[in-house]
Design a protein around this ligand. Structure first.
Ligand SMILES: Nc1ncnc2c1ncn2[C@@H]1O[C@H](COP(=O)(O)OP(=O)(O)OP(=O)(O)O)[C@@H](O)[C@H]1O
Ligand SMILES: [Mg+2]
Length: 339
């Protein structure tokens, strides 16, 4: 499989303003370590899900890859090219091949314009094709996103579409340039549950066509059913990653185990999650040692001192976790996740 995106040791820190009192006292600047040493790859024809609770740094990771924000350290390689430090002009041709779908379709669709015009906009920005050629590309992109007959949808305004159709139109706008990689940040979380499967089905199909997809979601069961691989983020780090089925059936890191346990099961209530409530982690104050230790039900003294590396889980080279305590345990979870 060709590697499209190769993220290595990525960190994106935001210094916080000190305020007048802090400045007078020359207090050290607080820094939000939104992304704090993240590595992963996305191959052609592969859907990788970045999973984690709110504030774990998923969006900042995506924005750093897209260079909407500048990473502090680490490298982002796209199709073999180091794009971490490219200037705006050099980045533009790269961005053509790396497109984004947001949670809110109105990020890509202007309510004043017909769908056809919004979907054509990236072609105009990148000066691709003639007027007639653009029309063809727009219709093809709408069809790929499942909006048929494409002619009809091209002539509609966003408010004339359902939520699911609007998100499909936003996907069409991301597809129109023929990208290799799609980054989808919570693409279905604003949608009615009844239409989510349809939109995720579009992503499934694009992946089968050979696109690489990085899908951000806080929903582990969505990731379990649609991703090839899952990377679990906690407080700016990937704490576990591997083939989706492996991570969900045999979660290694205590945080992943808690996420799996929290997935509501058909006909049942949530099982005890095992993470103390009220301990929301703060990326401006990352605990020393293992960053999960204050919430971890199995932490031992050493966990307060040693920052664990992401290493292979016993018996599964492609499955890695950042917990030396659980890494060698067998923990097959026999209950399948609900659809
Ligand atoms: N520009 C910024 N300046 C300061 N802090 C920021 C900035 N952008 C993000 N953060 C902080 O970084 C942390 C990670 O944010 P991020 O949006 O990446 O999380 P997320 O995993 O996408 O969460 P969610 O599931 O809520 O979307 C949060 O604590 C957030 O407040
Ligand atoms: Mg986010």
């Amino acid at each position: 499989m060709t590697t499209l995106l190769d993220v290595d040791g990525l960190a994106t820190h935001f210094p916080l303003p000190r305020g007048p009192v802090g400045a007078l006292r020359r207090a050290p600047r607080r820094v939000v370590r939104a992304v704090d040493g993240v590595s992963f790859t996305v191959g052609a024809g592969e859907l990788v899900a970045l999973v984690g609770e709110s504030g774990s740094g998923k969006t900042t990771t995506a924005q750093s890859v897209l260079r909407v924000v500048d990473p502090s350290t680490g490298t982002v390689r796209f199709r073999g090219q180091d794009i971490t430090a490219l200037g705006r002009r050099a980045l533009k041709p790269v961005r053509r091949h790396m497109q984004v779908v947001y949670q809110d379709p109105y990020e890509s669709l202007d309510p004043r314009f017909r769908i056809g015009r919004s979907v054509a906009e990236p072609l105009v920005v990148h000066r691709v094709g003639t007027r007639a050629g653009r029309r063809e590309l727009v219709l093809a992109a709408l069809e790929r996103a499942g909006l048929t007959p494409a002619e009809t949808f091209a002539g509609r305004y966003p408010h004339e579409l359902s939520g699911g159709q609007r998100q499909r139109a936003a996907i069409a706008a991301a597809l129109v340039l023929g990208p290799d990689l799609l980054i989808a940040d919570e693409p279905v979380s604003m949608l009615d549950v009844s239409v989510r499967a349809g939109v995720l089905g579009v992503l499934d199909e694009l992946r089968r066509d050979g696109l690489g997809i990085l899908m951000i979601t806080h929903d582990l069961s969505t990731a379990a059913h649609h991703a090839d691989r899952i990377a679990v983020m906690y407080l700016g780090r990937v704490v576990e990653e591997g083939p989706a089925a492996e991570v969900v059936r045999n979660p290694s890191h205590p945080y992943t185990r808690a996420l799996v346990a929290a997935v509501p099961r058909a006909g049942g209530t949530r099982r005890d999650v095992g993470i103390p409530a009220g301990d929301a982690p703060d990326p401006a104050d990352v605990p020393g040692g293992c960053r999960f230790h204050p919430r971890c039900p199995i932490a031992i003294d050493a966990c307060t001192r040693t920052d664990p590396a992401l290493l292979a889980v016993a018996g599964a080279a492609a499955h890695r976790a950042a917990c030396p305590i659980t890494r060698n345990q067998e923990t097959t979870c026999h209950q399948p996740l609900p659809r």
